[in-house]
Design a protein around this ligand. Structure first.
Ligand SMILES: [Zn+2]
Length: 324
């Protein structure tokens, strides 16, 4: 404990030395005292969370020791109890190679696993794009169905003779089942965007599973088909959510091209951003209920075709990726 006292004294004198440097001589003394007080509070927090162990270890080394960003007790304990699982951030396709896409990463990769068995981790990783799909891309729309909007998107798709995948919010689908059926009637694909569009990135596996199950049941009741794909609201993912998607038999699908159309950058920007980043096998993220997106859509479809891309659904893109 004497080392701890020595450390406190060291911090105190360090604070005095640093904050009395001539480059900030005009700072009021009260701010200096508050900073020193904050230092001591951080110190106490470290002692409380670690029992002083880390402090004693660092105090044994020469030089000035200052605890870097003391961890609050709760977070510290969580970090100790739970192994950390790193989820790859979603990165735009630009300047990145395509994600390896192996058969095991596709549909039904763990469908034959016995109940309760943990699926292989690679099967839980989100699918951003599909390598080996040839000159094919998938256009996807999130956040629908949206009254007054879904129909207009469908008209453009039909007029252009193409199809898309709609990641739908379950509760909205229940409120507007006719729109869901209209999407299907146009040979488009319906997928899940959770039940109520909550941020599921940090919830428990059980809570995530409950949300996804509710969305899956609602969509299946309307479409008569089992939902195969799930896209996390806000792109927020954690190991619990990815595991829950596996639990309900859905493959997590994100995107590789994101023109951020939700921020209303204007049709021209949406088109330019997509065309600058699109690659073979790209999954393009767009949203319903945005006028700029609706205006951009026919031009975007034409430009993609002019560049030689075939526009397919997510299912078709994945199926194409299986071709050797
Ligand atoms: Zn969304």
């Amino acid at each position: 404990m004497s080392q701890v006292v020595k450390y406190v004294a060291e911090c105190w004198s360090w604070g005095n030395r640093v904050f009395r440097q001539p480059w900030r001589p005009d700072w009021p003394v009260i701010i200096l005292r508050l900073e020193q007080f904050a230092t001591l509070v951080g110190l106490v927090a470290v002692i409380m969370t670690t029992g002083g162990d880390s402090l004693v270890r660092s105090a044994g080394k020469p030089g000035v020791h200052f605890p870097a960003a003391p961890t609050p007790p709760g977070q510290y304990l969580e970090a100790v109890k739970q192994p950390v699982m790193t989820i790859s951030p979603v990165v735009p396709a630009v300047a990145k190679g395509e994600t390896a896409f192996t058969p095991g990463d596709q549909l039904g990769g763990w469908g034959s696993s016995p109940p309760g068995a943990a699926p292989p981790r690679q099967d839980l990783q989100p699918l951003r794009q599909v390598a080996g799909a040839g000159h094919r891309v998938a256009i996807t729309f999130d956040d629908g169905p949206s009254p007054g909007w879904t129909d207009r998107y469908l008209k453009v798709l039909a007029a252009m003779g193409t199809r898309a995948t709609f990641f739908m919010v379950g509760s909205q689908a229940v409120a507007h089942p006719d729109l869901v059926k209209a999407v299907l009637a146009g040979n488009n694909e319906v997928a899940s965007h959770s039940w109520r569009h909550a941020n599921l990135g940090k919830v428990s596996r059980e809570a995530a599973r409950e949300d996804l199950s509710q969305a899956a049941s609602a969509l299946a009741a309307i479409t008569g088909q089992k939902v195969k794909y799930f896209r996390p609201p806000y792109g927020a993912m954690g190991p619990n959510l990815l595991a829950a998607a596996g639990d309900v038999g859905e493959k997590t699908v994100t995107w590789s091209v994101d023109p951020r159309d939700w921020s209303n950058p204007g049709p021209q920007a949406i088109i330019q951003r997509v065309m600058a980043n699109v690659r073979d096998g790209s999954i393009i993220l767009l949203h319903e209920a945005h006028p700029g997106t609706l205006v951009a859509l026919p031009i975007l479809i034409k430009e993609l075709r002019d560049r030689g891309y075939e526009i397919v659904t997510v299912s078709e893109l994945i199926a194409a990726g299986k071709i050797p």
